[in-house]
Ligand binder design. Structure first.
Ligand SMILES: [Zn+2]
Ligand SMILES: [Zn+2]
Length: 97
């Protein structure tokens, strides 16, 4: 029996397992754990009296799909000026379109 997605359930972010996606499998991705660093990153005023927030805290999310593939996705803050947090380490990257 094939399981089907329940239509109409809220999905703010559609998660796709990169391995399953590559192989054409269907799977359900769940968030297993989430963590983040807590550095103090205060907003400051730059040129033109514009506020910058250079938040270099890194949020790590560990995902697992229903076929047992796991990966960690790390993201950090970005600013409108083009500033980015630290270089992100990733294990398996999800491509988004
Ligand atoms: Zn998978
Ligand atoms: Zn900035």
């Amino acid at each position: 029996m094939a399981e089907k997605d329940v239509a109409g359930s809220p999905a703010p972010e559609r998660l796709i397992c990169p391995v399953c996606h590559e192989n054409g499998f269907e799977s359900l991705v769940t968030l297993r754990s989430e963590s983040q660093t807590y550095m103090e990153c205060l907003p400051f005023i730059g040129v033109g009296n514009k506020q910058h927030i250079h938040d270099s805290n890194i949020r790590s999310k560990e995902y697992e799909c229903s076929r047992g593939h796991r990966w960690v996705e790390r993201s950090s803050g970005t600013c409108w000026c083009g500033w980015k947090g630290e270089v992100l380490g990733q294990t398996m990257i999800i491509r988004k379109r």
